[in-house]
Write a protein that binds this ligand. Structure first.
Ligand code: BEZ
Length: 266
């Protein structure tokens, strides 16, 4: 997972849909009272809290100390830890939920093995994240703007597999795949600068080098003051390129495609 500096408040105010839209993942996991459930990549804690409300004993883990801290503040008493999904070092859970995080982990085999190790045999996984084709229009607009500005190609930190590829990853880690869905989920972004805010938060690699001093340093970070004007202008250009495809009915829509999987540890 890249070393992004998450702005947990911006995440909650502008990107609350991340957990809201994944909420039915909790139903898919169907936690039972007293089960031990891990929320792998708990963000600011909404799903972990929903699992706790169903009577489960929940541990939330997030790689970002800022996110974990905010989750603990929002939901007092919740067991929240900072940890790396590729190396959780946990075991004995009845179920694992993971929403909107596995696309940040290109080392998919390692992450799947770590999730499998966290489960007891027969334990259940329900996971959702960006699948093949996710945010293709946003990324294409940003890459075209980079090329026109003479900026070098920016390697992607994202992992957006298709069903067959990810089923192989899960099976290789010792899971039996019980369900898999790949579907479009156009997602409304708040504000007239919706795509720009999204890119600042989630796509700092696509802003790298803008303004000549390295661009933004992390999620929600506008970068050095000297860069700020150049980054603003670049983001405005990206939005204009994305407009024909992503601006509809007076709002910006991110072209999300979700991969949702359920699996059982053999
Ligand atoms: C997603 O939720 O699909 C996503 C979020 C951040 C970066 C890339 C994809």
């Amino acid at each position: 997972m890249p070393n992004l500096r998450w702005d947990a408040e911006l995440y909650d105010t502008r990107h609350a849909y991340v957990s809201a839209l994944g909420a039915d993942l909790v139903d898919l996991l169907a936690p039972r009272p007293a089960e031990r459930v891990l929320d792998a990549g708990c963000g600011t804690g909404d799903h972990a809290e929903a699992l706790r409300e169903r009577g489960a004993t929940v541990v939330g883990v997030d790689a970002s100390p800022e996110m974990a801290e905010r989750a603990a503040e929002r939901f007092p008493g919740l067991d929240v830890r900072v940890g790396d999904l590729r190396d959780l070092g946990l075991s004995g859970f009845d179920a694992v939920l993971s929403n909107a995080v596995l696309h940040w982990v290109p080392e998919a085999d390692r992450a799947a093995a770590s999730l499998a190790a966290a489960l007891r045999p027969g334990g259940r996984l329900a996971a959702e994240f960006g699948g093949a084709g996710n945010v293709a229009a946003i990324e294409a607009a940003a890459r075209a703007a980079r090329a026109d500005a003479g900026l070098p190609d920016a390697p992607s930190p994202w992992y957006f597999p298709g069903i067959a590829e990810y089923a192989r990853v899960l099976e290789g880690a010792g899971f039996e795949v019980t369900g898999a869905w790949l579907f479009d989920r156009p997602t409304r972004l708040k504000g007239a600068d919706g795509v720009a805010v999204w890119l600042r938060m989630f796509g700092p690699h696509l802003l790298q080098g803008v303004g000549g001093t390295g661009g933004t340093g992390g999620a929600g970070d506008a970068g050095d003051a000297d860069d700020a004007g150049a980054v603003d202008a670049f983001l405005a250009e990206v939005q204009e390129r994305a407009r024909p495809r992503l601006y509809q009915d007076g709002a910006w829509w991110a072209d999300y495609r979700r991969l949702r999987v359920t699996a059982v540890r053999r």
